[in-house]
Design a protein around this ligand. Structure first.
Ligand code: HEC
Ligand code: HEC
Length: 193
């Protein structure tokens, strides 16, 4: 009787599970789409490393161009040690319309902590970074999704205005891909077996 009911329970659960849990290949495909976003200049211009120099990539200054006027974010990541970001990047919810003006969002412009640096890193490196709370600001998948949906920076990245290019896809598609990648067990290309 117990055997039969376990069987019946499995028959009920198995097809639903097969439909809902994406496999490793689907997870990796979702990751590839996520990486086209995280590798885009609208994101990597801020997600830079220790040198603390934001980038002006994709703004017509050449592919490796660092922020003009010798701007350094410093350890504070807001330029407190030299010229603060908010000397030029004001906090405002108004649309960005003027090309080459310092972009504004409804939050204080700043660089992410050093361990969230993505600039120049491979897909496998950023993948490993983004699934590890030590290098993703302490997020699990649910809070990562929450950050993507609610961060003024991420929202600006998909709608920067003023003639700036945007990553492929939409923010909703990115959120969907992160959910699929998470449900597949956050696979990365470099994983064993
Ligand atoms: C003296 C003024 C000034 C200061 C200070 C300044 N910026 Fe900028 N920033 C600009 C201007 C102007 C642009 C737009 C350049 C363009 O589009 O040609 C810009 C663009 C950027 C971009 C590129 C945005 C994109 O489209 O991808 C980033 C990132 C950035 N700034 C970050 C920072 C950070 C972080 C700080 C503080 C550490 C800072 N900036 C301080 C003037 C400034
Ligand atoms: C103006 C700078 C800036 C830009 C542009 C920016 N971010 Fe961030 N990002 C930050 C900061 C700062 C944090 C750290 C959390 C905070 O202070 O809000 C962060 C944190 C994150 C996090 C959570 C921590 C992590 O790295 O795992 C994700 C995910 C993220 N950003 C995604 C993006 C994506 C995707 C884009 C492009 C569409 C983007 N960001 C563009 C500044 C930026």
């Amino acid at each position: 009787m117990r055997y039969l009911s376990t069987c019946a329970a499995l028959m009920l659960v198995a097809p639903a599970f097969a439909q809902e849990a994406p496999d490793r290949a689907e997870g990796l495909a979702a990751w590839d789409r996520i990486f086209t976003v995280t590798a885009h200049p609208r994101c990597t211009n801020c997600h830079v490393g220790e040198e603390g120099q934001p980038m002006w990539q994709g703004l017509g200054y050449g592919p490796e161009a660092v922020h003009g006027m010798n701007v350094r974010a410093g350890e504070s990541r807001i330029g407190a040690e030299s010229i603060p970001c908010d000397a030029c990047h004001v906090t405002s919810a108004a649309a960005n319309t003027v090309p080459h003006a310092p972009p504004h969002i409804d939050d204080a412009w700043r660089l992410p902590p050093v361990e969230l640096a993505w600039l120049g890193k491979s897909s496998a490196e950023v993948c490993a970074q983004l699934r590890d709370p030590e290098t993703n600001d302490g997020h699990d998948i649910a809070s990562l999704v929450d950050h993507l949906q609610n961060s003024a920076f991420v929202n600006w990245g998909f709608a920067p205005g003023a003639g700036r290019s945007v990553p492929e896809g939409t923010l909703d598609a990115l959120v969907h891909d992160v959910t699929v990648w998470g449900a597949a067990g956050t696979p990365c290309a470099g994983d064993q077996g």
